[in-house]
Each structure stands twice: as C-alpha cells, then as structure tokens.
Write a protein that binds this ligand. Structure first.
Ligand code: PLP
Length: 398
C-alpha cells in the first residue's frame, strides 16, 4: 500500500458544484437552478448559436488535418481577438505593442498570466475585488502569489463603494498586481461608470500598479465595443497591462475552452520578448491549444455574415437578460410591496447580488429554488416560464 496517497486529505468541495449536485438530486419537476454561471435561453437551455453551427458546417467541409497549432495558438484567432479587444485599427495594434496567446478559456488565460507574472515579478502581491469570482484567489495563490482583497461592493447601496476602492488602490505597494473585472462584475453585477474608470486608471498609473483586466462577458453589458472601451483606455494609459478574455459565454462555447491572454508592452521589441516568454509558459503547461474552438471563433469573427449573425445573437442574449431584470423588478414590486428591488435593473451582466440572506436562500431551497448562499442569482437562468414561481417564492421568504 502507498503511504504517499494514504496521507492525502479530501479537498474541500466547490460551493457552486455543491448547488448543482443538490439540484440534480432534487426530484421536484418544478426545480429551478439560479446558482449557475451559464446563459440559458427562454426555454431554459444552453443555446448552440447559429453562427457557431454555420462556422462548424464550413469547417467540416474543409476536412482539415488535426496538426498541432503553434504554441501561441491559431494566428487568425489571435488576430481576431486583438481586433475585438483593442478595436480594429487601434494604435496599439499598429505599433505592434500587443501580443496575444490563445488560451483554455478565460481561466487558462488567467493562469498563463499568473505564471508569467510570477516569473518576472515574484515578490508582487495580488489584489482582487471584495468579493470576486471565487476562482481568482485560488488561481493566483496556486501560481505562488499572496492574494489580498480591495474594497469593492457596498451591500448598503447594492453598488460599488467607489471611495473605498480608490483608497485601497492608493494604499497598494508599487508594482502590485490588481485584478479588475472589465465589465459585468461577477458575482455582484455592480460595475464602475466610465468616469470612475478614469479615476481608477489615474491611480493605477500614478501608483505604478500592474492592471490585469479580466473580461469574461464582453458584449453582455452595454455592447461589444462599449464593454471593450475600458481595455482601450487602460492600453492608452501606457503602462504594462494584461487582459484575459473568454468566449465561453459570448459564443456559448463553454466546453470548447476558448479564451486568450493579451499583454500590452511599451514597444514592438519589448512585445516580442514578452511573447517568447509567454510561449515558454504555455509550452511547459500544455504545449499548445486545441484547434476546434479557436477555428470556430476565428471563422465567425472574420466572415462578415457570420460576424453580423454573432453580434445579433449576442445582442439577443444581452437584451433577454435585461428583460428578465425588468420583469423581476416589476413583479417583485407587485408581490412584495415596500421592498425596493430597483437596484437589480442597475446591475450589469449575468448576475445579481440579490440581497437575499443565507437564511433566505436556505428557505428558497425548500421550494426547490437554488441560489448561492451569498445571494448571487444568475439572471440568465430566469425565463418567461419560471419567473413567476421565483417571484412568488422570493416574496414568501422575504
Ligand atoms: N473570469 C470571470 C470573472 C468569470 O466569471 C469566469 C467564468 O465564470 C471566468 C473568468 C472563466 O471563464 P472560462 O469559463 O472561459 O474559463
């Protein structure tokens, strides 16, 4: 028998996975899972976008051999990502200051970025928002960093404690790595205004912090260009900048693992050196990325009709979520008069910090409605068929 394995403890369970397990085991046919981090359509299904189906049909016809991709991924994909993230014709791209590597989803992009930063800034500390996507902390800790929080959410206003956030940024040691949600903050749904971003960029630049923008939901906020504007503003500020982006949600391609890491350097020569080091990180992790998802996304983004179709389909998802926010607010005003849920309309993206307490979430579970203990609900899991049941149950537990 192996004493090495015999001494290994059971790792703690993933809290979101625990909700899904409980949901799956529930035999109530009316059960509703608002704990997920996935976009569902009005029929409660994960969509297969028409632009993806058409791109796949095209790729199927080509019958390409499955050779290895370059370490940094498919060239057409990396280029399409850059144009989406920085804007086609951006001076950053013309000056060849940005380098991009295809990654295994947004998570893979964050991990490549974290490993890269650990090599070249080993003593820096990392700061994530309080609260943040739960994997941010684990990811940067597993790359060897000490991870701290910066002030972000204010439960009293259901919005951002912006003064507190600025104070946190000002107090960070020079060279600290600050992870910022570019749009559609997960888990709270509370985003900064464009004016507030301007102040954040000033402090980040003055304090010589290293911004790492995580953009997992481009197109789910105000629109593709609008959501990406913050990346351009940071890039123009001139300092070092890392951006992880993901197509899991915007293309509904969760299982294909399509994302990218982009890094902005001071000039083309520095950018070339950065790329060589990023490739080293990839090479020693998984050698090179898979072909299918990258080809699908590159095909859609670079074929005008498919690109238009994608933008329309993405707008459809964005609009449906907003309709569900509106419906939730209106119906709750009816069923729970005197309680103000207006803030749900102000929140952006797939999630809402609903303000429900852990105890209330527990009571919802007795009604076979599943949410995260923090009160986070996935607005994209609401639809015209289940919303009344959700509203009735919420009104009952308030
Ligand atoms: N970053 C944030 C803020 C997210 O919410 C998510 C997914 O939920 C990710 C990164 C990871 O995205 P992916 O599934 O593409 O790895």
């Amino acid at each position: 028998s192996s004493s090495l394995f015999a001494a290994i403890d059971m790792a703690p369970r993933d809290p979101i996975l625990g909700i899904t397990e409980a949901f799956n085991a529930d035999t109530n046919p009316g059960k509703i899972n608002l704990g997920v981090g996935v976009y569902y359509d009005d029929n409660g299904k994960v969509p297969l976008l028409a632009c993806v189906q058409k791109a796949e049909a095209k790729l199927m016809e080509q019958q390409s051999p499955r050779t290895y991709l370059p370490i940094e991924g498919l060239a057409a994909y990396d280029k399409a990502v850059q144009e989406l993230v920085f804007g086609a014709g951006s001076p950053i791209l013309q000056e060849k200051r940005a380098v991009t590597v295809q990654a295994l989803g947004g998570t893979g992009a964050l991990k490549i970025g974290a490993d890269f930063l650990k090599r070249f800034s080993p003593n820096a500390e990392v700061f994530i928002s309080d609260p943040s996507w739960e994997n941010h902390r684990a990811l940067f800790e597993s790359a060897g960093f000490v991870v701290n929080n910066y002030t972000y959410y204010d439960p009293a206003t259901h919005g951002v404690n912006f003064e507190g956030m600025l104070e946190s940024l000002k107090a960070m040691p020079q060279g600290s790595i600050v992870v910022l949600h570019a749009c559609c903050h997960n888990p709270t749904g509370a985003d900064l205004t464009q004016e507030q971003w301007g102040k954040v960029i000033e402090v980040v630049t003055a304090n010589e912090l290293v911004p790492f923008l995580d953009m997992a939901y481009q197109g789910f906020g105000a629109g593709i260009a609008e959501d990406g504007a913050v990346v351009r503003r940071f890039a123009e500020a001139g300092g070092p900048l890392l951006i992880s982006n993901s197509f899991s949600k915007s293309f509904s391609l969760y299982g294909e693992r399509v994302g990218a890491l982009s890094v902005v350097a001071s000039n083309a020569e520095e950018a070339a050196r950065l790329l060589s080091q990023l490739k080293r990180v990839v090479r020693t992790n998984y050698s090179n990325p898979p072909t299918h998802g990258g080809k699908v996304v590159a095909t859609v983004l670079s074929t005008p009709e498919l690109r238009q179709l994608w933008e329309d389909e993405l707008a459809g998802m964005r609009v449906r979520i907003k309709e569900m926010r509106d419906a939730l607010v209106k119906k709750l005003a009816d069923k729970a008069p005197g309680r103000d849920f207006e803030f749900v309309r102000e929140q952006v993206g797939m999630f809402s910090y609903s303000g429900l307490t852990k105890e209330q979430v527990g009571k919802l579970r007795a009604e076979s409605i599943y949410a995260v203990d923090t009160g986070r609900i996935c607005v994209a899991a609401l639809n015209s068929k289940n919303i009344d049941r959700v509203v009735d149950a919420v009104a009952k537990v308030l």
